[in-house]
Design a protein around this ligand. Structure first.
Ligand SMILES: CC(C)(COP(=O)(O)OP(=O)(O)OC[C@H]1O[C@@H](n2cnc3c(N)ncnc32)[C@H](O)[C@@H]1OP(=O)(O)O)[C@@H](O)C(=O)NCCC(=O)NCCS
Length: 178
């Protein structure tokens, strides 16, 4: 495992444009090759726009984090909030890790684990609760990563990216699991 200098901080509404940029950059780098250009652009324009990030950042039920390198440049982000995944067992009060993305050049250095921990701590700020995450069915690396952090596959669903439908797994972590 390599080591890199980095810091993690909660993002504020003033970070909306920066969040839009790093969210778009990491999504395109990770998954951009999977979609027709118009589907990818539609998704970025609607879900990753500055306005959409500002709405999420202004919502007290949600939180976002920025990861910055030693020079202050954004290298990743996370986003958490109430569970919105379509699973029959999901309850009001359950939390969801909605995004966890780092630039590829920083992978496998332990940054993702620390970023995940920041999101889990916030999601469980009032005590243990059931947590959920959706992950692409073919993203085996992320599935291993979440399994190591106590998440288990409990369902599947289709995630829209423009007209494309991604086959996704729904993972759950029960309260009190470390
Ligand atoms: C998933 C991710 C946040 C993990 O962060 P990280 O800093 O690389 O993780 P750590 O160094 O703490 O742990 C390493 C583990 O991360 C996972 N991982 C590493 N590279 C990965 C990649 N390119 N894609 C997905 N998972 C990856 C693996 O489980 C790896 O361990 P293993 O391959 O030895 O089993 C990071 O790899 C990433 O941003 N991947 C691309 C975006 C992504 O897939 N996000 C999840 C969407 S649900």
């Amino acid at each position: 495992m390599s080591t890199i200098g980095f810091s993690i901080r909660r993002a504020t509404v003033d970070d909306a444009a920066l969040m839009s940029r790093i969210a778009s950059e990491t999504f395109v780098e990770t998954f951009g090759h999977l979609y027709p250009a118009q589907d990818l652009q539609y998704f970025l324009d609607h879900s990753y726009s500055t306005a959409a990030q500002r709405d999420s950042l202004a919502d007290p039920a949600s939180a976002m984090w920025l990861v910055e390198d030693a020079h202050g440049a954004a290298i990743g982000h996370a986003y958490a909030g109430p569970c919105g995944l379509p699973h029959a067992a999901a309850r009001a009060g359950d939390g969801e890790l909605k995004r966890l993305y780092l630039l590829a050049r920083t992978h496998n250095a332990g940054v993702g684990s620390q970023l995940l921990q920041a999101a889990l701590d916030w999601l469980q700020r009032d005590g243990p609760r059931t947590l959920w995450v959706g992950v692409w069915s073919e993203n085996l690396g992320a599935q291993r990563f979440y399994a190591r952090h106590g998440f288990e596959k409990v369902g599947e669903y289709e995630f829209p990216v423009g007209q494309t439908r991604d086959h996704e797994f729904i993972l759950r972590r029960r309260p009190g699991v470390a």
